[in-house]
Design a protein around this ligand. Structure first.
Ligand code: NAP
Length: 536
């Protein structure tokens, strides 16, 4: 398509998920002219694309929601403790409408390149819709877990049945009633879709390579009284989140103290009762039982053993239960809260196919061959994961000073300053992206967004044009991030946090695992008087 006229704006934002929407709100508030591009035909990001049956958040909605506006926080009422995808999308649309965001968003348009122009010191952004925009600042709000891994199986092109990916689920209802359905992948998405689809299929085949640790989500309808109580102490809740490791802190939909002890400091009885309490509350609450669960193997084992015992109690057939049992340190891969996932394997029409025993040979016209035997299928669903953190940005041609490509830079290992930018790419930021802390993504977007707007303000006050990471600040941040990861158990299992799910991806930690408090300290140090940055 021929290029349309070149627009000039202060800031281009890529992506209109929760992070992009906050950036848009903040940019306007900061008096910046802004343009946002979004590949989907609506806002919502993750909750726009992942509309598979069973898709549901696993952080309590009272926490997994914007904090920037007291009014917004108070006026919106969640119907469930953990909302399903439709309600999360409604919330995103409500925010977009409330702040007239759509005026500055161009939908169904993918950014294909962002190239720094040395002469004008601006970013030239091009889209697949033929737009060219010149921007002072570029912000990638492209999501941390948003670039799906396409299924790559021999013979898949011959399969004549229906094919779906959880991460690109079509709009509208699908009917699996009476059909033979296969699901490949048992991470959080696979687990959610299996639990839901199992309700009305003819026969279900779950193709599992690595079993996940799961815990009941314990979802229920919101209790208006409890909600009102929390709304009255929202400031306290947000403060607590800010002091916490991951920004999700509640138990039983209420404020809950942060952990202060090692699991090894307490008696076995006390620990057991703590874990029972966390299982009864559900969701991600085990992350906060003790301070050292992801640091110390012995401490980690106490939680892992408890989780396995709980999981096995729910599966009738001991052979199936054994196959569903994980063999790595708990929490080093994402814990998967679920509703009746394990119980689905007690249904006569649900089959667990252990791909470690019988790997996938190939697809045929009528099904899939595993361990030499064909399983006939009408439908195959892939829940095979994402190119986490770097994937979404790697799919865009991003070039900084001297035409250097960001993808090339990251091909030998991830580098960033504060998980928000890298040297040689002036005024180019990302939110919820590579090297960001493991933290409630909506709240993190607000925090990082505010840092970016503050940098823009400081730059303006200094009468300067460009801000970019100092190479030495970046090296220090990368060293710190890697050193912290090495102190944890994450490098000990195969997991996407370390890039292990992508063949050829350098094995480097993709998240800052030092906790949000330590992360904020780094940001405050770097952004104060822009000390961590070069300005020009
Ligand atoms: P994932 O955790 O990366 O899981 C992908 C699954 O596909 C794994 O079981 C993986 O097995 C399997 N797989 C990949 N390639 C395969 C192959 N060639 N053959 C067989 N199996 C294959 O991805 P996800 O489930 O989409 O979840 C990603 C993240 O999104 C979650 O960790 C979570 O952070 C987020 N999420 C959150 C929610 C929620 O809030 N409720 C819901 C869904 C997702 P291996 O492990 O053996 O590679």
């Amino acid at each position: 398509m021929a290029d349309k006229q070149v627009d000039h704006v202060d800031m281009v934002i890529v992506g209109a998920g929760f992070a992009g929407m906050y950036m848009l709100y903040g940019a306007r508030k900061a008096g910046l002219s802004v343009k946002c591009f979004e590949a989907g035909d609506g806002v919502g990001g993750t909750w726009y694309w992942n509309r598979y049956p069973g898709a549901r958040v696993d952080i309590e909605c009272l926490e997994y929601s914007y904090s920037f506006s007291e009014d917004l926080q108070k006026e919106w009422n969640w119907t469930e403790r953990y909302a399903g995808q439709p309600e999360l999308l409604d919330y995103a649309n409500h925010v977009a409408d409330r702040y007239n965001m759509r005026d500055d968003i161009t939908f169904e348009t993918r950014v294909v390149s962002t190239i720094f122009d040395e002469d004008s010191q601006r970013w030239i952004v091009k889209t697949d819709g033929g737009h060219t925009v010149s921007a002072k600042f570029c912000v990638m709000a492209t999501g941390l877990i948003s670039a799906p891994v396409d299924p790559d199986f021999e013979g898949l092109e011959n399969f004549s049945g229906e094919q779906y990916m959880t991460s690109r689920w079509p709009k509208g209802d699908l009917n699996f009633s009476g059909k033979r359905v296969g699901v490949v992948g048992t991470g959080s998405s696979g687990i959610q879709v299996v639990s839901e689809v199992a309700k009305d299929v003819g026969e279900l085949f779950v193709f599992q390579r690595t079993p996940a640790y799961t815990i009941p989500l314990q979802n229920h309808k919101s209790d208006p009284e409890q909600t009102a109580k929390i709304k009255n102490k929202y400031a306290e809740l947000r403060e607590l989140e800010g002091q916490s490791f991951g920004g999700f802190t509640m138990m039983y939909s209420d404020l809950s103290p942060l952990p202060s002890k090692s699991a090894l400091e307490v008696s076995a009885e006390e620990r057991n009762s703590e874990y029972e309490d966390r299982w009864a509350s559900g969701g991600l609450s085990p992350y906060y039982a003790y301070t050292d669960t992801i640091l110390d193997e012995e401490s980690n084992n106490t939680l892992g053993e408890f989780a396995i015992k709980k999981m096995k109690e729910r599966v009738n057939d001991p052979v199936v239960a054994e196959k569903l049992t994980p063999d790595y340190a708990i929490l080093t891969r994402r814990l998967s809260p679920e509703t009746n996932y394990l119980e689905t394997f007690n249904q006569d029409n649900v089959n667990l196919v252990d791909l470690r025993e019988t790997p996938v040979d190939r697809f045929t016209k009528t099904g899939i061959v595993v361990g030499g035997e064909e399983i006939e299928l009408d439908v195959i669903i892939f829940a095979t994961g994402f190119d986490v953190m770097t994937g979404a940005m790697d799919r865009i041609d991003i070039r900084g000073r001297q035409g250097q490509s960001l993808k090339d830079r990251w091909s030998t290992g991830l580098t960033s300053y504060l998980g928000m930018m890298t040297h040689g790419f002036p005024n180019y930021f990302w939110v919820n992206g590579p090297h960001s802390p493991f933290y409630n993504p909506i709240l993190l977007a607000e925090y990082q967004g505010d840092m970016i707007f503050d940098a823009a303000r400081q730059l303006d006050e200094m009468g300067k044009t460009c801000v970019e990471a100092r190479p030495e600040s970046e090296t220090a941040y990368v060293d710190l991030t890697n050193a912290i990861a090495d102190m944890t158990l994450f490098p000990k299992s195969n997991n996407y946090y370390m890039g292990d799910n992508m063949p050829g991806k350098p094995r480097k930690v993709l998240f800052f695992f030092g906790g949000f408090v330590a992360y904020k300290e780094q940001c405050v140090e770097g952004y104060t008087d822009l000390k961590g940055f070069l300005v020009s």
